[in-house]
Design a protein around this ligand. Structure first.
Ligand SMILES: Nc1nc2c(c(=O)[nH]1)N[C@H]1C(S)=C(S)[C@@H](COP(=O)(O)O)O[C@H]1N2
Ligand SMILES: [Mo]
Length: 325
């Protein structure tokens, strides 16, 4: 069965129900002037993380639910998190995405669901969001290149969304795909990667409560360079599993094609769980450096599963993590 849901685009909802950009800027201005530096959302109980600058926060999600995930973590600044990105569709330099994704059109946006599920079809992002329990979670994020960052992500549980598509018993894996649009994504003009960018998870990994579909960071809508309008965050895996600008979700019986895995099978495994004991063939994974820290500060030790072992180690109980890296 295939269903297609139609509704107003994000643009429509925004202009009629929320605020214009000018209102928004004025409000932020007002907040700054009146000395109320903390967004309304923070009034709800959990306090601002010690390392957070209130000016890093926006208020695109008024009343955003804060959660205990990542409480007490040191946050990477909004600036660092949005000017040092991997997003090859907009160039291979870390500073490219911030410059080249400025005009990327993320609205209207829809996601096509295919494969082993009973509710497949194309869904407007707004309809997906309408059912979503949006909240904030602070997650550590670890790139295979050994830098890490920690930001407050805005989004919702991947499992909650996937269940609504009613995957069949044959759905053993799920694959995600990024938009392919070389007119907008200049990096796609050359075959730097096998476009479109694809990645995937085993279904039990995908259903783990930690997996998060993110639509924002720091209380703001997702910056284009970080994967607007919607991207995956799987905090116990290396950065490249966290696919950006998702347009397709496919439930599959067999292990899906993953772009980095096919590009360099010896360097990027299907699982790519953060693991200090399994080195990348060209460098060690034993240590990491937090984005924004100074080069003279000591590196920190990489933690197995990026520190999320309690929640996810059971998924790999009988697996040789050196073989299934
Ligand atoms: N579509 C797409 N998604 C992607 C990438 C990419 O090049 N294209 N890079 C990945 C890598 S290697 C990392 S480390 C993270 C970076 O996310 P960030 O820019 O929000 O830190 O995005 C991942 N998702
Ligand atoms: Mo990465």
């Amino acid at each position: 069965m295939s269903i297609i849901i139609k509704s107003a685009s994000k643009q429509d909802i925004k202009s009629s129900e929320i605020t214009t950009e000018t209102d928004y800027l004025n409000r932020r201005d007002f907040i700054k002037k009146s000395g109320i530096l903390v967004s309304a959302a923070w009034a709800g109980g959990l306090s601002l993380p010690a390392s957070a600058k209130s000016s890093d926060y926006g208020n695109d999600y008024p009343g955003l639910k804060k959660t205990a995930y990542g409480k007490g973590e040191n946050l990477t600044s909004f600036k660092d998190a949005t000017t040092y990105n991997n997003y090859y569709e907009f160039g291979t330099g870390k500073k490219d995405p911030a410059k080249k994704a400025v005009n990327f059109k993320t609205d209207p946006w829809s996601i096509t669901v295919e494969g082993e599920a009973s509710k497949t079809g194309t869904f407007h992002l707004e309809d997906i969001l309408k059912h979503a329990q949006v909240e904030e979670r602070i997650y550590r994020f670890r790139c295979v290149e050994a830098w890490s960052m920690t930001v407050p992500w805005v989004g919702f549980s991947l499992a909650d969304m996937l269940k609504r598509f009613e995957p069949t018993s044959k759905a053993k894996y799920v694959q995600f795909e990024t938009l392919y649009d070389p007119k907008q994504m200049p990096g796609q003009v050359r075959r730097v990667l096998d476009w479109p960018y694809r990645d995937g998870l085993r279904i039990d990994e995908a259903m783990n409560p930690l997996c998060f579909m993110a639509t924002g960071i720091y209380g703001r809508d997702m910056p284009n360079q970080n994967g607007a309008p919607i991207r995956l965050v799987v905090p116990w895996k290396y950065g490249f599993k966290n696919i950006k600008s998702i347009v397709k979700i496919k439930f599959m019986e067999h292990e899906p094609v993953c772009t980095w895995n096919v590009t360099g099978p010896k360097e990027y495994g299907f699982y790519s769980n953060v693991n200090p004991d399994v080195d990348h063939p060209r460098w060690s994974q034993a240590t990491e450096r937090a984005l924004g820290s100074n080069f003279w500060e000591p590196k920190t030790k990489t933690r197995l599963f990026n520190g999320y072992g309690e929640q996810v180690a059971h998924l790999y109980k009988d697996m040789d993590l050196t073989k299934y890296f």
